[in-house]
Design a protein around this ligand. Structure first.
Ligand SMILES: Cc1cc2nc3c(=O)[nH]c(=O)nc-3n(C[C@H](O)[C@H](O)[C@H](O)COP(=O)(O)O)c2cc1C
Length: 326
């Protein structure tokens, strides 16, 4: 049913949200083209890759690439990452004015050493006082809803997600996304959804659950087990953007997969003619994985750098796979 014909599933501040599955922000993956694709397939809104406000003002590349978005992706959320409250507030205000996102998200979950090593991302969860200042200042600096994305805490012994979420919400955050792992758990298999349920019970704002949702059954189970308002899906979306239409990869036909691959490549070429093929290969590899293509063929598909030849080979592989399945 078109969004306009049905009521919103929930609100973030005054923004109506249609749908309960959301593409997670992913550095190097959730670019404007992929976000647009997943949004069309059902993702409820789009979140940018993190924008490091440490050097944002001086970086033309960031501005162009990370904040570029399509009108049909809205609601569009710009995610900021830093550890200086004043700089974050100043940048958030600038981003709102210049790029017109619908919301600002603050990243308190990034575990990368380059980020947490300088006290940003997940390292902020060790500094509640700084988190207070960040939300006080950022929420004051913008007139759109501010949200927060956190982990459980730094490690098993310091799982302070409740404290951090409360600090953010008391100072104005309108939704909390919880990646149910500690920083030390990285992206490993261990995930503790029970804490999403605990947070959901305590929060007066929407809680978005995240972590190790690999298929539709997992998404349903996360809703059942945690009562969360929405489920955010990261890595599994790379091979299966159809998950946002509540479909597993096995249910998606060869024709649909190849149609989407061609569409994505065309869009990426349009957005960035000089540098589209390299980033496209990550998705193509994931899309093709289930078909067990001959090694040499896969290698050619993932190394060709001329768009016309790549399109031709994609067509040929599709024809063969379709002939095989008929
Ligand atoms: C390659 C990659 C890049 C990521 N970049 C970001 C980011 O820019 N901002 C953010 O908040 N989280 C980022 N994350 C974390 C994801 O949003 C998500 O929390 C995490 O992958 C867990 O969800 P999943 O198990 O469904 O993948 C990234 C994760 C991956 C794998």
């Amino acid at each position: 049913m078109p969004e306009a014909d049905r009521g919103p599933d929930f609100y973030i501040g005054d923004i109506p949200i249609y749908g309960r599955l959301i593409l997670a922000p992913m550095d190097g993956l959730s670019d404007a083209t992929f976000r647009r694709i997943t949004r069309h397939l059902g993702s409820a809104y789009s979140v940018s890759e993190f924008i490091n406000t440490l050097d944002f003002m001086y970086s033309k590349v960031y501005q162009r690439k990370r904040l570029f978005n399509h009108e049909d992706e809205r609601p569009f959320v710009a995610q900021i990452l830093d550890n200086d409250p004043g700089r974050m507030a100043e940048n958030a205000a600038y981003i709102q004015e210049r790029f017109k996102p619908d919301m600002i998200d603050v990243n308190l979950g990034c575990p990368a050493r380059t980020v947490s090593g300088r006290g940003a991302g997940c390292a902020l969860m060790k500094s509640p006082e700084l988190v207070k200042q960040i939300f006080e200042q950022v929420c004051k600096a913008v007139s759109i809803p501010v949200t927060v994305k956190i982990r459980l805490g730094w490690d098993e012994h310091s799982m302070n997600y409740m404290e951090i979420a409360s600090i953010a919400v008391e100072r104005g955050a309108k939704a909390v996304a919880l990646h149910a792992r500690t920083k030390k758990m990285g992206f490993g298999k261990t995930v503790r959804w029970e804490h999403i349920a605990i947070l959901k019970k305590a929060m007066p704002v929407p809680v978005i659950g995240n972590g190790e949702v690999c298929n539709v059954a997992d998404a349903k189970r996360m809703f059942e087990e945690t009562g969360c308002d929405a489920v955010m899906i990261g890595r599994a979306a790379k091979a299966n953007p159809w998950i946002f239409s509540w479909r597993d990869r096995e249910e998606v036909s060869v024709e649909e997969v190849f149609y989407l691959a061609r569409y994505q490549l065309r869009q990426m070429l349009e957005a960035n003619p000089e540098n589209a093929i390299m980033p496209f290969r990550k998705y193509l590899k994931a899309y093709l994985e289930p078909y067990n293509l001959p090694r040499e063929e896969l290698k050619t598909l993932l190394t060709l750098s001329e768009p016309e030849r790549l399109f031709a080979l994609i067509d040929a592989v599709q024809d063969r796979l379709m002939a095989e399945t008929n």
